[in-house]
Design a protein around this ligand. Structure first.
Ligand code: BGC
Length: 506
């Protein structure tokens, strides 16, 4: 009997030991997995490091590349394109004009009424719709027929259009892609960006395609101005505030334009404008510098994109790509750590995690990160993610967005440096003069600036860090909405065929 009791006791002890050993083993394994999660996070943090020192190097590189792009055609990855816009709207424009805006994700039709007096009297109606995915890779005829039909429907809703005489219908066309302009109303597409790829269009006159589609739809309208979205944004910014000298778009794609002295545009000798200035479309999305903090995720994203080696800056900053960088980090984290076991194939699908979803996770302020859990489950099919891991996902979104906003800030300061508005223009003979820093407004537009609060906060923070507070207080970022479209209508008004174009070549 005694022996039997001892035997049972020994048996129980052995079981207890095994259970404990299994538990310890499990804990160790889970600790090992967790360590691997943290290691991936630390690597991303290091790779995306954007100290103020590094940002200042990016500022200098941007200013140097701007000079190079203005000096000769192909002299830099920055195309520094002429826009033939030399007088920005000032509030005296009058009449009713239409605008079409083909951006990266949405298409907009607008009608703008200009009263010719004060900026506050500007009214507009707008209709937005997503661009059908298939049209982005179809034919130019399909794309422009869609645009012309949308405009036609918009006009038909006006009724008989009696308030507008038909022969004065002019429009501004915002085409948010790189275009080599020959005049303010003509230009050829250089290259598609943002996932568009309609091969028959590259090298073709853009307003010509639109004009043909308008004729096919029986619309008698004239394209008075062809503008990049940054140029439209600058035009509206300047209309409201004449201290506006540059504009930046951070939406699906990213870009900037600014007012440059024509004598600084060396690649185009003999250019004369009445104002002595011209708006230059930088196409900064294609900027590249070895100082940019690039990670293996950026390299993979680029090599798998339809335009490898192009738009490097854009791929680190804009809405089309940020969500996908985050997706790639989460994928590697889960694969390398095996922390939640097998993962759904959804996580391997490029662009499945769109930036608005990513910003919703980033800005989730619920204590248990409910929105993060929902998006991981609904979009990426990763159910029941522990809170600790959800926090890591938020951190990844933070790292990627912070880098993007800080790089955009460095780009802005690069422009300010080029035009002598970064506060360093006062240094003469090695001594800082007392020259007064001019109030400088930069119009900003695009989903990341208007709808992503943390992106905007990081942008301001970096601007202050790079410039220092004394200088930064003179630099105002003004967020505009629909500026790219309204600005195109304003430019159509100031470049209407009823006015004289005053750009000349000697
Ligand atoms: C285009 C630019 C455009 C920017 C913002 C870029 O992909 O190349 O022309 O201004 O996106 O929409």
């Amino acid at each position: 009997m005694g022996r039997a009791v001892v035997g049972v006791a020994v048996g129980l002890a052995a079981v207890a030991c095994t259970v404990a050993a299994v538990a310890v083993g499990r804990r160790m394994r889970s600790r090992g997995k967790w360590k691997r999660v943290v290691r991936v996070l630390r690597e991303v943090e290091e790779g995306c490091e954007s100290s103020v020192g590094r940002l200042r190097q990016v500022v200098d590189a941007m200013a140097v590349e701007m000079h190079a792009g203005l000096a000769s055609e192909g002299g830099s990855k920055l195309k520094m394109l002429l826009t033939y816009v030399h007088n920005l709207p000032n509030g005296t424009e009058k009449g009713t004009y239409y605008a079409l805006h083909l951006g990266g994700t949405n298409f907009r039709v607008l009608r703008v009424h200009l009263h010719g007096q004060q900026s506050s009297l500007l009214e507009h109606e707008v209709e937005r719709q997503p661009i059908p995915q298939h049209l982005m890779t179809s034919t130019s005829e399909d794309l422009f027929d869609f645009i012309a039909s949308s405009l036609k429907e918009f006009i038909e809703k006006e009724g008989d259009g009696s308030e507008l005489s038909l022969d004065r219908r002019e429009l501004g066309f915002t085409f948010s892609f790189p275009v080599k302009q020959m005049s303010v109303s003509s230009g050829i597409l250089i290259k598609w960006t943002k996932g568009f790829s309609i091969v028959d269009m590259e090298g073709i006159d853009v307003p010509g395609c639109l004009q043909e589609a308008l004729t096919r739809k029986g619309l008698d309208m004239k394209v008075a101005a062809l503008v990049n979205d940054t140029v439209g944004t600058l035009a509206l910014g300047h209309y409201h505030d004449s201290d506006t000298v540059a504009s930046v778009v951070v939406g699906t794609g990213t870009n900037a334009c600014y007012l440059e002295r024509v004598d600084a545009i060396i690649k185009c000798q003999g250019l004369l404008t009445t104002s002595g200035y011209m708006v230059v479309n930088m196409e900064w999305g294609n900027f590249w510098s070895s100082h940019l903090p690039r990670t293996s995720y950026d390299i993979d994203l680029d090599s798998e994109s339809p335009n490898p080696n192009d738009q490097g800056f854009e791929k680190m900053i804009s809405g089309m790509y940020l969500g996908d960088i985050v997706r790639r980090v989460i994928l590697r984290m889960l694969l390398e750590s095996d922390i939640i076991g097998p993962i759904s194939s959804k996580l391997s699908m490029p662009f499945i995690l769109r930036t608005p979803m990513m910003s919703a996770m980033h800005e989730d302020d619920s204590p248990d990160l409910r929105e993060v859990a929902r998006i991981l489950k609904d979009i990426l099919e990763i159910p029941e993610v522990p809170l600790k891991l959800r926090k890591v996902v938020v951190k990844v979104c933070d790292v990627v967005t912070r880098r993007a906003a800080r790089l955009a800030a460095a780009g802005i300061v690069g422009i300010l440096k080029k035009i002598g508005r970064d506060g360093s223009g006062g240094i003469t003979g090695g001594r800082r003069s007392d020259m007064k820093m001019k109030r400088t407004v930069v119009a900003v537009e695009g989903g990341l600036c208007s709808s992503y609060t943390l992106f905007r906060e990081y942008l301001h923070e970096a601007l202050n860090e790079i410039l220092g507070e004394d200088i930064a207080k003179h630099v105002i970022l003004k967020v505009t909405e629909d500026g790219s479209g309204i600005g195109a209508a304003l430019l159509a008004a100031s470049h209407s065929s009823y006015n004289l174009d005053t750009v000349q070549m000697l």
